[in-house]
Design a protein around this ligand. Structure first.
Ligand code: ZN
Length: 131
């Protein structure tokens, strides 16, 4: 298991990107819209891991709700696992509260699922299936 990426909620990509470009020394490796999450994502690959900046594309986006409630900042931490569906079953059996009981489609068409922050010290955890 490893940290696959850290998702950071930003009010505006155009406002947030210049500082991250200075910090990381280059522009993002890719940008895409993830319709299911109602976000525009800018991705910086960093070795085996990456940083994703997340901007809401809609007032109803989970990222818009997060910023309204808690402000900009780290939104979620993502762990790569071999099989998301099996892991969800194991976690549920262990009494961990889940947001998704079935995997869904994330950035790049990866299979992802979210664990509820109520079970993980207030941190939203995403699982992504390793390719
Ligand atoms: Zn993510």
């Amino acid at each position: 298991m490893k940290i696959h990426h850290v998702g950071i909620a930003v009010e505006s990509l155009s406002a947030a990107l210049p500082a991250f470009e200075k910090l990381l020394g280059r522009p993002p490796d890719s940008q895409e819209i993830v319709a299911d999450q109602k976000v525009r994502v800018a991705v910086f690959n960093l070795g085996e891991s990456r940083i994703e900046l997340l901007e809401a594309t809609d007032a109803d986006s989970p990222v818009a709700h997060f910023i309204a409630k808690r402000g900009q900042g780290i939104h979620h931490l993502t762990l790569a696992v071999p099989k998301v569906k099996e892991r969800l079953r194991e976690l549920e059996a262990a009494g961990i509260r889940l947001i998704d009981r079935q995997p869904r489609s994330g950035a790049g068409g990866e299979r992802i699922a979210f664990v509820h922050p109520a079970s993980t010290a207030g941190v939203l955890i995403e699982l992504v299936e390793e390719k």
